[in-house]
Design a protein around this ligand. Structure first.
Ligand SMILES: [Zn+2]
Length: 248
């Protein structure tokens, strides 16, 4: 038995280009469709009966096939945030935190869907009624989402750290080089900072201050001794690759 289109299928259909191929459905919804995506998404069971008079039953499978060709999951997921739910734009029932962004590849319309409904537009409702299939599809999709969010999180943490190390290197590079060259490379304090730096960490503000004060003392002493001539501290940072493993 061929099933008439469901309400969610109608939401998609009204937002799709394949609608144009079905004269009655296209022409009789022109005025309504002009009200925009938001009102189209709000169609209810009251509209369903009328809408289903606009398509022939033996056309429904063809429409479903056309819809699956037009709508794809983009691979993008938006996290609404903890406790911040929005309604799935396909079923208009499920409250979702993670919005799986789906797109009509012909006219560029975007929809925010829950994970189960992504399966419904990608594989069709009938296929997603198969519990085993649906379970497998949804868990695969959610695993992908978790992986993506983990990657995004890592990127956010790593980038500023790298930047901070570069900046710190710019501030202390000259001083540490000077200390090393003037016989302080084996000091306990210097060594402890060096191992911290090699572990990929930043020096704390206190450590940085102590290091700079040590540098100032040694520098002034050397100037007094006439070993070095006073010169302004260069501010150029060392190339990035040089700071990876060695304290400057
Ligand atoms: Zn849904």
């Amino acid at each position: 038995m061929v099933e008439k289109l469901t309400l969610p299928e109608w939401r998609l259909f009204l937002l799709s280009e394949c609608l144009k191929a079905y004269g009655d459905a296209y022409e009789n919804t022109t005025v309504f469709r002009a009200t925009g995506k938001d009102s189209i998404l709000c169609i209810s069971d009251d509209d369903l009966q009328y809408l289903n008079t606009l398509v022939r039953e033996d056309h429904c499978e063809g429409i479903r096939t056309a819809l699956r060709k037009e709508w794809k999951f983009s691979g993008k997921v938006v996290d609404g945030g903890k406790g911040n739910y929005t309604i799935c734009e396909y079923c208009h029932k499920r409250e979702i935190r993670y919005q799986y962004l789906c797109v009509n590849v012909i006219n560029g319309t975007w929809l925010k869907l829950g994970s189960v409904c992504v399966g419904r537009i990608v594989h069709g409702e009938a296929k997603m009624n198969d519990r085993e299939f649906s379970k497998k599809y949804v868990s695969g999709l959610e695993a992908m989402r978790v992986q993506k969010m983990k990657e995004a999180e890592t990127a956010i943490v790593e980038k500023p750290m790298r930047q901070l190390r570069l900046e710190q290197h710019g501030r202390i590079g000259h001083a540490t080089k000077f200390l090393r060259e003037n016989g302080h490379g084996d000091d306990t304090f210097y060594k402890s900072l060096e191992s911290q730096w090699k572990a990929g960490k930043l020096l704390s503000a206190k450590q940085e201050k102590a290091l700079m004060s040590l540098y100032t003392n040694v520098y002034n002493k050397r100037v007094r001794e006439g070993v070095v001539t006073p010169e302004p501290i260069p501010t150029t940072a060392t190339p990035e690759e040089d700071i990876e493993n060695n304290i400057p």
